[in-house]
Design a protein around this ligand. Structure first.
Ligand code: GLN
Length: 192
């Protein structure tokens, strides 16, 4: 069984743990930097990216997380986690982890659509995935090494760049664990 951590500084942690276990991985709640070395993959959950970043700095996670990503171990960012993985963020000078070559906008659906559900086609995952969006970010542009896995209308909502996966919705909030299972397979393949 692969060991997949969920960064547990803030946000939707418990639901990811449940989804990972349902997908056949050993799920680990990560609160300390020294836990990273035992992991085969890591999920950065949704929440509030600015708050999460503050806690990442407070607990000295920034460099260890960047190194984890650069080691080639798979990382999956959902919603705020997508923002943390992005290379460039609209209206912000610096990125956080900067691992995915994409330009993102926070809270991109506007206040009138704070949260909603939409059925998505996600390449290699599902033709009919009920995705939950909560104050979701959008991917405005991607670099040439980034594969777009899903769009909501014309807007990019899921991407993959090698070992890094990101989506602007919350795949952990329903009982449909196909996105999480896809990530667990990425982790298994990377470990094999
Ligand atoms: N709006 C949040 C942010 O900017 C993301 C929302 C979420 O993770 N559900 O970080």
């Amino acid at each position: 069984m692969v060991k997949v951590g969920v960064l547990a500084l803030q946000g939707a942690v418990r639901e990811h743990i449940r989804a990972l276990e349902a997908s056949g991985a050993e799920a680990i709640i990560v609160k300390r930097v020294d836990q990273l070395e035992q992991l085969d993959g890591l999920i950065i959950p949704g929440g509030e990216s600015t708050t999460m970043r503050r806690l990442i700095d407070k607990y000295d996670f920034l460099e260890p997380l960047k190194e984890f990503g650069k080691s080639g171990k798979p990382m999956f960012g959902t919603c705020a986690g997508l923002i943390l993985l992005a290379g460039r963020i609209k209206d912000r000078e610096d990125a956080h982890l900067g691992l995915i070559d994409m330009y993102v906008e926070r809270n991109a659906f506007g206040r009138q659509r704070e949260s909603f559900e939409a059925e998505l086609m996600i390449k290699d995952v599902a033709d009919d995935f009920d995705a939950v969006f909560i104050r979701a970010p959008l991917v405005l542009e991607v670099g040439e090494d980034v594969e777009v896995l899903s769009k909501f209308g014309e807007r990019i909502v899921a991407v993959r760049q090698g070992p890094y996966l990101a989506c602007s919705f919350h795949p952990e909030l329903t009982n449909d664990h196909r996105v999480t299972s896809y990530f667990v397979r990425m982790v298994e393949e990377s470990k094999a």
